[in-house]
Design a protein around this ligand. Structure first.
Ligand code: SF4
Length: 750
């Protein structure tokens, strides 16, 4: 039977509407949903190519157990769960619950059941070993909000629909489609700003796809904090700030006034390379344009002081009068009564609290209950109480995504038990004892809770699974329920949860992600409030009456701060000593032997490491290459397409170079997510991006430090931008080596 089913893509934040064509329970095709109120018939190549991922012959469809020779045998679910249960119980008996850990990758965030169940399971287990991709991406956004508002989940988003002057820093929304912001058709949204007479300015070391459409201001990597301090300097120095208003709404204003006085744009220009007059112009424009906002993302997050930089983005919006106002940087609203008190209570009583626990290795704070993934390898190899001995990895490939993947790769082999829940065999779960087949997004129903506050036009959509689980795939939360049953006897809290699961099932009201989502839909914006609001939304109504989704408000509402700030005085706290202490670290370090600066970049047909096995996304022969300015290449005698070695203090990789004027001289950009080395089961990814050195691309994270001392202190984020590097042509390296060898032999003959 042939059916077209409305659903939505869950690869990245816009959650674009999709029509899934299904025949005999098989996904035949995906096409953009023209009736989706926001994405209106748009989907990117990754969304369309997902049919190939669902049906990929390389996909893991059955539970697998690793053989001593490194191969895998298919086993039954009963055998897999029985053996995992026995080995997990043994680890728990010998080393305690705190020796068990979990790493979940970015796709987990796009599955409500996956995130919720993992979070609750690990919290009840009482382990500190919960890791996510967040420490390579976004955790300092949460920490900045924790310090400023006492609310880690409050993330301001630009009011794309109404802003007239948008300053984008370290973000490339035309390729990323918007990050920490759900704004389908973002390219159109940005173009609309200039169409209505406004401006978009992009500050980035690279002339990105977004910068090419608008104004580009090249900035030196990892100097955003200095630039933002200078904007604040001008706003105060030129009397642009409304100090009466700011005094009423903030704590610590005078301290910041004296701090920013030390950063005139004439002085920071030497580091940022942004001329002082441009800084002054931008500061004035941000204050005098009625609807203006600053939006920063990954480039501002991955520097040495990402939390401070993120907080400064909000401060600039605040001082310019653009925070929490129409056309500025605004906050989404769940519309749940008492949400502020709920967050405040969670902050106090659970591992959700910032720094509720600190890592055993490196003493780094947990963020929303997760520890820095960069220290995971050392947590495995460092002995003592709480050593990580059993690890679950779901929807993740940390060997490619955390700094120093080689260190993690060898550490994984020291675990007593490693279990992966995934759709692919990859570089990480090549080391797992068991790989359990997980569903893809089209094999599960979903309503995505974390994104409800991020839509630039408040919107809701729920979906049923469009096809049944393929092969023997299961949803992660159901597997977690099985693990809970196994561990219930030895851990009272897990025992309680298991009892709750058993009782609710017997009563015919099992706890499921759908039931939890239904609760949120009912009490949230537009919900039926359990019958108190006639015609309001429920999960079922969303699916049946609004299969293409529904806009629940035309625009974001201003004045949310009073619902967001959890501090008693309801003032924004600018004077957190932890933030102020970060000012000591903002001056860029200079290493003469590594004069270039590394930045990351996202490619339009990649989503981190997990979409390189779809033929549609590999068409035309993908290359994995370092982008370099011709001037820097000429200085080093490097030609277009030549193979080069990129070296940092922490490692070296080899790959071809692509020369381009679309990058600031002195900067080298390398896309992340590559480094498929044949150890996984994905044939296309391993064969992609071939060159004389091999295929699969190079893992840029080999250049990044996993040393706890090198991590950003407040969020434990890896420092992945502005890393000092040097680039040498492999030909030149070889001839230098030959010459040296010749020299030695000549000397010895003499
Ligand atoms: S932009 Fe592409 S990957 Fe992201 S949600 Fe839309 S279709 Fe999916």
């Amino acid at each position: 039977m042939h059916e077209d089913k409305p659903t939505y893509c869950r690869i990245c934040e816009p959650l674009c509407g999709m029509i899934a064509t299904v025949e005999d329970n098989k996904l035949i095709a995906l096409r953009p949903d023209k009736e989706h109120p926001l994405s209106k018939g748009f989907a990117c190549p990754k969304g369309i190519a997902f049919t190939e991922i669902v049906n990929d012959p390389d996909r893991v469809r059955h539970p697998l157990r690793r053989r001593p020779d490194g191969g895998f045998d298919q086993i039954s679910w009963d055998t897999a769960l029985g053996e995992i249960g026995e080995r997990l119980t043994d680890v728990q008996r010998r080393h305690g619950s705190k020796s068990i850990g979990w790493y979940f990758g970015n796709p987990a965030t796009f599955s409500t059941g996956h995130t919720l169940w993992t979070g609750v399971f690990m919290s009840l287990l009482g382990t500190q070993h919960v890791y996510s991709a967040g420490s390579q991406d976004v955790n300092n956004r949460f920490v900045a909000s924790h310090f400023l508002y006492g609310n880690p989940v409050a993330a301001p988003i630009p009011d794309i629909n109404r802003v007239d002057h948008l300053l984008v820093i370290g973000a490339n929304p035309i390729v990323s489609h918007g990050s920490v912001m759900s704004s389908p058709r973002i390219r159109d949204g940005l173009r609309a700003i200039t169409k209505r007479g406004g401006t978009v300015t992009v500050l980035d070391p690279r002339h990105t796809e977004t910068a090419r459409e608008f104004d580009w201001l090249p900035i030196t990597p990892d100097t955003d904090a200095l630039f933002l301090l200078s904007l604040l300097h001008v706003m105060f120095d030129d009397g642009l700030a409304d100090e009466t208003f700011l005094r009423k709404r903030t704590r610590g204003l005078d301290e910041w006034k004296s701090i920013v006085a030390q950063y005139p744009p004439e002085e920071t220009a030497a580091h940022t390379d942004i001329p002082a007059e441009r800084v002054r112009e931008i500061a004035h424009a941000l204050v005098t344009t009625e609807r203006a906002a600053v939006y920063g993302r990954i480039g501002t997050s991955l520097g040495r002081t990402g939390t401070l930089t993120t907080a400064l983005l909000d401060m600039v919006n605040l001082v310019a009068g653009n925070l929490d106002v129409v056309g500025g940087s605004m906050f989404g609203d769940l519309g749940i009564p008492g949400q502020r008190l709920g967050v405040a209570a969670l902050q106090r009583i659970s591992s959700f609290a910032y720094a509720g626990r600190r890592s055993r290795v490196g003493d780094l704070p947990q963020v929303l209950g997760t520890a820095p993934a960069s220290v995971m390898a050392k947590e495995i190899t460092t002995g003592g109480a709480g050593q990580l001995r059993a690890l679950f990895v779901s929807a993740g490939n940390p060997v490619l995504s955390v700094p120093n993947g080689d260190e993690l790769r060898s550490a994984l082999d020291e675990l007593d038990l490693m279990v992966s829940l995934d759709i692919y065999r990859n570089e990480t779960n090549a080391h797992a004892d068991y790989i359990l087949p997980a569903t893809t997004m089209y094999e599960r129903s979903d309503f995505l809770l974390p994104f409800q506050m991020l839509f630039t036009t408040p919107f809701k959509q729920a979906t049923e699974a469009v096809i049944p689980p393929q092969g023997e795939a299961r949803e992660e939360w159901t597997v977690i329920n099985e693990l809970i049953a196994v561990l219930a006897r030895r851990n009272p809290l897990i025992g309680l949860m298991h009892a709750g699961n058993v009782v609710s099932k017997r009563l015919g009201i099992p706890t499921t992600p759908r039931r939890v989502s239904d609760l949120v839909v009912r009490i949230g914006m537009g919900g039926n409030r359990f019958g108190l609001r006639r015609g309001g939304l429920t999960y079922r109504r969303l699916v049946e009456d609004h299969p293409h989704g529904v806009v629940v408000a035309d625009n974001l509402a201003p004045g949310q701060l009073s619902k967001i700030i959890t501090f008693r005085d309801r003032k924004i706290r600018l004077d957190a000593p932890e933030l102020l202490a970060e000012l000591d670290r903002i001056q860029p370090s200079v290493l003469p032997e590594f004069p270039l600066r590394l930045i990351g970049m996202r490619e339009i047909r990649s989503e981190n490491s997990w979409q390189h096995n779809a033929p549609l996304l590999l068409r035309g022969g993908r290359k994995h290459a370092a982008r370099m300015h011709p001037r820097d290449a000429a200085e080093r005698g490097i030609a277009e397409g030549e193979l080069v070695t990129v070296a940092s203090r922490h490692g070296r990789i080899s790959l071809p170079v692509m020369l381009t004027d679309d990058i600031k001289p002195g900067v080298v950009a390398i896309p992340h997510g590559w480094g498929h080395n044949g150890s996984g089961g994905w044939t296309q990814a391993n064969a992609a991006a071939g060159n004389e050195l091999g295929s699969g691309g190079a893992n840029v994270n080999a250049l990044i430090s996993s040393d706890p001392a090198d991590l950003e202190r407040l969020a434990g984020m890896a420092n992945m931008t502005g890393v000092p590097i040097e680039v040498t042509g492999i030909k030149q390296e070889r001839s230098a080596a030959d010459q040296e060898a010749g020299g030695v032999s000549t000397a010895s003959i003499m």
